[in-house]
Design a protein around this ligand. Structure first.
Ligand SMILES: Nc1ncnc2c1ncn2[C@@H]1O[C@H](COP(=O)(O)OP(=O)(O)OP(=O)(O)O)[C@@H](O)[C@H]1O
Ligand SMILES: O=c1ccn([C@@H]2O[C@H](COP(=O)(O)O)[C@@H](O)[C@H]2O)c(=O)[nH]1
Length: 236
């Protein structure tokens, strides 16, 4: 493996875990993603992970259906813990040590988030999954991913998503949308491209954290990105 990135933060879409299903976690899809992550770890790349919760609950969706927004967001944050437990299990079964750290206490299920301990785990070759988002409502796991990436001094934030990168419009709704190969943070924010929320992008911009957005459903893409291939869209 070329010595491109020493430490990465991978934000994995919760929805991507559904695979062909309507919701929840597809075991084959989970296992494929875990295998790609495990292969990177075995090659010496330090991997921090944040997993979304959109395959289970999103606070905004629950609020639209009449629920209190804060309670809905709390359910969303718990959904990220469930996805993270599934990924931790899949990684451990593949022989890759993995620690789960949460932004709030879930008793004996995880370690409380501690930046210094997280870095120590990464240096020992363990994957670290940062679950529970930021621990606060009205945020998303994109913001949590930017925040944790900055805290652990990751070289880059990878947003592994459902589409090939950042487009001029939502490619799932607009077939004429065009993909950008390169964008500045300002362009991504000003054009409201919706691939990451503004808070997350602003954090990346203020801390000069490069971001690469690519399709996780394409096998091998994680390794390609980790070896510096220009796949998807780079925002910096
Ligand atoms: N300009 C755009 N460029 C690319 N994708 C866009 C754009 N606008 C909207 N999208 C949509 O953003 C979605 C991002 O998906 P993803 O599942 O990664 O979202 P998420 O909210 O970060 O994760 P989760 O599924 O965990 O909630 C894509 O499915 C895509 O259809
Ligand atoms: O810091 C955070 C992170 C997440 N949430 C809630 O969880 C869901 C799932 O996260 P996604 O990023 O949408 O996958 C999110 O919709 C929020 O409801 C949160 O409140 N705070």
């Amino acid at each position: 493996m070329p010595d491109t990135y020493r430490r990465i933060l991978l934000k994995l879409s919760g929805e991507a875990l559904m695979g062909p299903m309507e919701s929840g976690i597809d075991p084959a899809t989970l296992n494929r993603f875990a295998t790609e992550i495990s292969d990177l770890l075995k090659e010496g790349v330090q991997v921090g992970l944040v997993i979304g919760g959109g395959n289970i609950f999103r606070g905004a969706g629950l609020a639209a259906a009449g629920m209190d927004r804060v309670k809905g967001d709390q359910m969303g944050m718990l959904a990220t813990v469930m996805n993270s437990l599934a990924m931790q299990d899949a990684l451990i079964r593949l022989g890759s040590p993995c620690r789960l750290m949460t932004a709030f206490s879930v008793g004996t299920l995880s370690e409380p988030f501690d930046r210094d301990r997280a870095i120590r785990h990464l240096e020992q070759g363990r994957a670290v999954i940062f679950a529970g988002g930021t621990g606060n409502p009205y945020f998303t796991t994109d913001s949590a991913a930017s925040l944790r990436a900055i805290e652990i001094q990751a070289d880059i934030l990878f947003k592994a998503t459902q589409v090939d990168g950042v487009y001029s419009d939502d490619p799932k709704r607009n077939p004429d949308a065009e993909r950008f190969e390169h964008l500045s943070y300002d362009e991504a924010i000003d054009r409201r491209l919706m691939v990451m929320d503004t808070t997350a992008l602003a954090l990346c911009r203020e801390n000069r954290l490069p971001l690469q957005v690519f399709n996780i459903h394409e096998p091998g893409n994680l390794r390609r990105a980790a070896t510096g291939e220009a796949i998807g869209t780079r925002v910096e």
